[in-house]
Design a protein around this ligand. Structure first.
Ligand code: FES
Length: 192
């Protein structure tokens, strides 16, 4: 009768099978973790344009305008301000692109009205005439009153007003939006 050689004894000491099982579980967990890191990184890469907050944006659709409240005189002339923001398509971000322009006019100590400078008729750029105190579209000689009301029948609606907020006392924040031309109703279009 021969005794088993110690190095050939696969039974091992008591508790050895349990340690082996725990080692396998641990190895599987680490494997999952290692596999998940590149997967999450890849997902973040693909979602990056969708998740990125646009520069100058409060994350709520409002943009900080490059003009302070104090720079606008109460009941003064409207100021034409370019709107610059990051444009995002499916997978690319184009930094700081001009996307339009707005007229800002301060009507009270803490109130500003804003109009998109795009004419609601066919989208021409509207101007402001100081002498006449009205907005003027050169394409079809149409005019709009200081409050944006259309003054002839060519445009289908008034100038498109936009939401403005005064934040932190002096900052002017605007919710920029383009609207479909030629329609009597303000229908938002995706412009950015
Ligand atoms: S585009 Fe402004 S009136 Fe026609």
């Amino acid at each position: 009768m021969s005794l088993p050689h110690p190095e050939l004894n696969h039974d091992g000491p008591p508790g050895e099978p349990r340690r082996g099982f725990l080692t396998q579980i641990l190895a599987a967990g680490i494997g999952l973790l290692v596999g998940a890191v590149p997967a999450v990184s890849g997902l973040a890469f693909f979602l990056d344009p969708l998740l990125r907050t646009k520069k100058g944006s409060g994350g709520d659709g409002f943009l900080k305008m490059p003009v302070a409240l104090d720079a606008l005189e109460i009941n003064g002339e409207p100021q034409l301000v370019k709107v610059i923001m990051d444009k995002v398509d499916a997978w690319n971000t184009y930094l700081q692109q001009p996307v339009g322009a707005v007229f800002l006019r301060r009507t009270d100590k803490d109130k500003i009205v804003a109009f998109n400078s795009r004419c609601p008729h066919l989208g021409c750029a509207v101007d402001y005439k100081s002498a006449e105190k009205h907005y003027y579209c050169p394409c079809h000689t149409s005019t709009f009153a200081l409050d944006g009301t259309q003054q002839n029948k060519i445009p289908p609606r008034d100038l498109d007003s936009l939401d403005v907020e005064i934040r932190n006392g002096t900052e002017v924040w605007l919710k920029f939006q383009n609207f479909r031309a030629t329609t009597p109703d303000k229908i938002p279009v995706a412009s950015t």
